[in-house]
Design a protein around this ligand. Structure first.
Ligand code: PLP
Length: 232
């Protein structure tokens, strides 16, 4: 077995164990393999082990990999900060966007999503730990943004995403995830049919699954340390 295949199995085992602790069925949590900075060959290796969904942070890097690996029919998720001048590349190449935080970006994606593709699946990124430097909309702004997005064509609002401040404090990790989870429940009582909570990475996926994550985004635990590569 290769390293990637071993790592992937270890991550699947962690997800299964966390689901057991949380009393949730194992198929309630989907694994998104975050392949940013990793080569197409690494993605191919993970795909050969049955991994279907991959996450990329940089529009151009992602688009190049998607073209290179088109024969594999993978599902590509854009999870990085989304600049206005990159929305077209994302709208034309990806199946999902996890990192929507502004209506203006959503409107651009809606206008640029090609008609021959299914609607773009989107999540709103919420800044749950409140640091000024982090991206994501304020929790108090999420409801209005969510309702506005559901009125747009060519987009399908699926849920919420967060990248809490990195901490080894499990209590703090759970608090941040619980905040996103409570917001998700609140939006659903407002009539939004959300089914996706994208939260949890290599170091905190257990806490996220306990709090209700339906997608965990895992990079280093699958592919190892990230490569230093320069993309334009
Ligand atoms: C890089 C990244 C991940 C994966 O992080 P790891 O700690 O390597 O698992 C998940 N989500 C986002 C938004 C990322 O940028």
């Amino acid at each position: 077995m290769t390293t990637i295949s071993n790592n992937l199995q270890a991550v699947r085992n962690r997800i299964a164990a966390a689901c057991a602790v949380a009393g949730r069925p194992v198929d309630a949590v989907h694994l998104l393999a975050v392949s940013k900075t990793q080569s197409g060959a690494c993605v191919r290796e993970a795909a050969a082990c049955g991994q279907q969904a991959f996450g990329e942070n940089y529009a151009q890097e992602g688009a190049e990999k998607i073209a290179e690996l088109a024969d594999l029919n993978l599902e590509w998720h854009f999870i990085g900060p989304l600049q206005s001048n990159k929305t077209r590349v994302v709208a034309e190449n990806f199946a999902w966007v996890h990192s929507l935080e502004r209506l203006k970006t959503a409107e651009r994606l809606a206008a640029q999503r090609p008609i021959h593709l299914p609607p773009l699946q989107v999540c709103i990124q919420v800044n749950v730990s409140g640091e000024a430097s982090k991206s994501g909309c304020a929790p108090a702004a999420a409801s209005a943004l969510a309702h506005a997005i559901t009125a747009l064509p060519r987009l399908r609002l699926r849920g919420l995403m967060a990248i809490p401040a990195v901490t080894d404090d499990v209590v703090l990790q759970r608090q941040n995830f619980a905040l996103l989870s409570a917001l998700f429940a609140q939006l659903n009582t407002e009539g939004l049919a959300l089914d996706t909570l994208s939260m949890g990475m290599s170091h905190d996926l257990e806490a996220a699954i306990l709090a209700g994550a339906t997608i965990v985004r895992v990079g280093t635990a699958i592919f190892g340390e990230r490569q230093i590569r320069v993309f334009n």
